[in-house]
Ligand binder design. Structure first.
Ligand SMILES: [Zn+2]
Length: 316
């Protein structure tokens, strides 16, 4: 079958072409969109040429390009007639994937484009570098990333979750990925609740989407008090994803260092175990996000704790 293409479009629309030709882009499903997801569509809609296409997102039969079929005839570079997936269908598919990604409301508008540090005067160099690397990661995915993900490391309030969601959203919209956002603490709580005899959900049912997501954001890794059970659960999730070369994007407030053994602040090694921290070094490129808290949490204990590059293992 000839490659499906959009003709005579802008850069944004080439982005749409990528979605439409990606294998996942051809999936259909019956999941309903949340009402507020019209706003999330803005990034996709921004790539469309006119109002008549936008009409086709909410109401496929209103699309004057395809009349609701989702396919239309266009011409390729040689002037030959070719079948093309209509942009209204591509946008609907991206919206469905975003709707299933479980991005929390607080971060639902986070994109790489609106990461604050870019606009913040005097922002820390590492924020800009992290932003650049996040962009590059999206460009490189999937062939040049080869299953590896990212781990944003630094104190709270540096925009780590914003960057992680920005990457997730871009991969969903631009690369046709099936993605999932998962709060580490919430996940462990839900699993513990599942042991309650009255619970309808099993541990297996809770972990399955987390393990199987094509791209997973695991937010706030290490936030839960470490116990043998927590370590086992983390090991189960990370090992399963590692074995299948699935991309995992992590944020953590704990320094990416070996266990400190309770002598001072906990490290990631203290919180998830040194073995899993080593596994993460194979799974993710570690990116430091240092600098001041751009949420301006004046007076908080965190604001008094300044990290320096020396606190991280080189390349860890
Ligand atoms: Zn259409």
């Amino acid at each position: 079958m000839k490659a499906l293409t959009f003709s005579g479009r802008t850069t944004n629309c080439q982005r749409m072409t990528y979605i439409s030709t990606f294998p996942h882009g051809s999936r259909t499903d019956a999941h309903a969109l949340r009402p507020d997801q019209g706003q999330q569509a803005s990034a996709i809609l921004a790539g469309m040429d006119g109002a008549r296409e936008k009409d086709g997102i909410a109401n496929p039969t209103a699309c004057s390009l395809c009349g609701g079929t989702g396919m239309r005839i266009t011409r390729d570079a040689q002037g030959d007639r070719v079948a093309a997936v209509c942009s209204c269908r591509v946008a609907r598919q991206a919206l469905r994937r975003l709707g299933r990604a479980n991005i929390p409301r607080r971060h639902e508008h986070a994109t790489l484009e609106n990461y604050e540090s870019v606009e913040t005067t005097g922002s820390h160099e590492t924020m800009l570098q992290a932003h650049f690397k996040a962009h590059q990661f999206v460009l490189d995915y999937p062939h040049n990333t080869d299953g590896r993900g990212l781990m944003f490391v630094g104190m709270a309030g540096r925009g780590k979750t914003h960057l992680a969601v920005g990457v997730l959203r871009a991969l969903i919209e631009e690369k046709g990925c099936q993605g999932l956002f998962c709060d580490y603490g919430d996940l462990l709580k839900q699993i513990q609740n599942s042991y309650n005899a009255r619970s309808d959900t099993t541990e297996f049912e809770l972990l399955r989407p987390v393990i199987e997501a094509e791209v997973l954001v695991l937010d706030d890794l290490g936030s839960t008090k470490p116990t043998a059970w927590v370590w086992d659960t983390v090991a189960h999730v990370l090992n399963a994803r590692y074995n299948h070369k699935r991309t995992t994007i992590i944020t953590t407030n704990f320094a990416n260092r070996a266990p400190a053994g309770g002598s001072k602040e906990d490290t990631l090694g203290d919180r998830i175990g040194e073995r899993m921290r080593s596994r993460l070094a194979e799974m993710c490129v570690s990116i430091e996000v240092l600098g001041a808290d751009f949420r301006q949490t004046a007076g908080s204990g965190e604001a008094n704790f300044q990290w320096s590059k020396a606190e991280f293992l080189p390349g860890g």
